[in-house]
Structure formats: C-alpha cells, structure tokens
Design a protein around this ligand. Structure first.
Ligand code: KIV
Length: 278
C-alpha cells in the first residue's frame, strides 16, 4: 500500500520553527477515534511504540513489530487532519545502521502516509539521523530514558543526574547537529532539560523533563486515566476514564442479567409502522 494522504498541512519544518515559541502539545494515539480527539487539540499525534504495552499488554516495548506500527500508524493518519503524525521505529528496525533504518523508515512513511518517524538514541544514532534526513526522512530524536534500552539502562530510571548529565547533553547536541527536527527528552532532570533546551536549535519535547522544554508529550491513555496498571510520577491524570468505563460495564452487565437491557426502543419490530423505519 502506498501513502494515501495528500501533502499534510503541518510538516516537520513547521514544528522545528516552533522552537522557543508557544509550547508544542503532543499526545500519543494508536487508534482512529483517539486520533480524532488528539487532532482537535494537539500539534503532533505520536504513534508511540508504547502501543505494545498500552494496547497489547506487552511487558515492554521490545516486542513491538513493524507490522504493528504500520497498522496503528495507518489508523492514526486516518484520524488526523491537522496534527502532524510521527511514527516510532520499533526496536530492531534501525539499530544495525543507516541502510536498515532507511529501508524501514521509508516503509513506515510510504505505508502509512505519516511525514516523520521517531527513533531512540543520541550520539550513536547521529550518523543514521543524518543519513535519513538527507534522504527525505524527517526524524524526531529521543534521548534520556530510552525505553528500548531498558535492559542496558537497568530499568526505567531518571537518566542524566550527576556524571550522566554531560553524556545526555552530548547526545542532544549530536542529534541536533545531525538534522533531527525535534527532540523528545524522557525522564531527564529538569535543570538539565532546561540547559539542553537552551543549547539546542530544535524544539525539546519533555516527558518527565520539567517545565523548561519547548513542548510536552504524554501517553494519552495515561493522562485520560484509562491505563492504570501503573502511574509514573510525571503523569498527571486529566481524566478518570477507566473508572467511568468500569461503572458503565458494570451497569450493562447488571441490566443484561436483570433483562432490563435491551428495551423495546433497542429492538426491531416484526412489522414496520407506517412510513417508519426499522
Ligand atoms: O512510545 C511512546 O509513547 C513514546 C513517548 C512516551 C515519548 O516514545
């Protein structure tokens, strides 16, 4: 399948131009109905590989595949008219080198219609980011806590305290120099995130990275209170959708058991009323 969408209204250079301006508003989206809601209020809809944990019950993002990202990417592109869609490159789809990364990034773009991809890693991914950018693949970078490196980092820890700060700063500068159009900073101490924001030419988009970033991103199911398996400190729940859904499902179950649902108004008559519709 080839890209189905026309040239989109917001493109990576527009996002890059927002450096230092009005904060960029970013949420994840994995499905068309949520993408429509995100599209109404956000600058970017991120098809994060968090989809593996949030929607598919995986223990980490490591098992997420290209096929999953393409399926969810297409669904989100269908739901977005205004917001720019960015698709995460899954673990194992880009780390071998620039050629592998280009093959898979171009496939994500061609098969979904999204205008950009995101990949994790700093200095060691700079060559790949430069290669992709030079060949028409806009890249959003992601440094600090990079969840695909969970096993080498030793958990979902804050990255960049004390001696680590210089490395995270070097990662940020490297992806900026390599041509990334924006940079996600995940679980980076707030002072360092501010320093990186001032030291780079591209918008920083924080998740657990304090108030000084050029924008913010959250996993939509976290902020809606829909994903409740755990709650990182940096998440604020703006809704309580899991509770609302639980109450609604409980009421449905009770009504089915009590035979109060369905009622006559939810049923089809055997004979149509005159001029009426079934
Ligand atoms: O996969 C994801 O949802 C992400 C965001 C948390 C930045 O990478």
């Amino acid at each position: 399948m080839s890209a189905t969408s026309a040239v989109r209204s917001v493109l990576p250079p527009d996002i890059k131009a927002r450096k230092g301006g009005q904060p960029l508003v970013v949420l994840t989206a994995y499905t068309t109905p949520i993408a429509r809601l995100v599209d109404a209020h956000c600058d970017i809809a991120l098809v994060g590989d968090s989809v593996g944990m949030v929607l598919h019950g995986m223990p980490s993002t490591l098992g997420v595949t290209m096929e999953m990202m393409i399926l969810h990417g297409r669904a989100v592109v269908r739901g977005c008219d205004k917001a720019m869609v960015v698709i995460d490159m899954p673990f194992g789809s880009y780390e071998e080198g620039p050629s592998q990364a280009f093959r898979n990034a171009s496939r994500l773009m061609a098969e979904t219609g999204a205008p950009a991809v995101k990949l994790e890693g700093g200095l060691h991914m700079a060559e790949t980011i430069a290669f992709l950018t030079a060949r028409g693949v806009p890249v959003m970078a992601h440094v600090g806590l990079t969840p695909q490196a969970l096993n080498t980092l030793g958990g979902y820890k804050v990255v960049g305290r004390d001696d680590e700060a210089a490395k995270v700063m070097a990662d940020a500068r490297a992806v900026d120099d390599a041509g990334a159009f924006a940079l996600v900073l995940e679980k980076v101490p707030m002072g360092l995130a501010g320093d990186i924001t001032r030291a780079t030419s591209i918008p920083t988009i924080g998740i657990g990275a304090g108030v000084d970033c050029d924008g913010q991103v959250l996993v939509v199911d976290d902020m809606l209170g829909l994903f409740t398996a755990f709650k990182p400190k940096f998440v604020k729940r703006f809704g309580a959708l899991a509770e609302a859904a639980d109450a609604a499902i409980a009421e449905y179950a009770a009504e089915v058991r009590a035979r109060t649902f369905p009622a006559v108004e939810h049923s089809f008559p055997d004979v149509l009323p005159p001029k009426g519709k079934a």
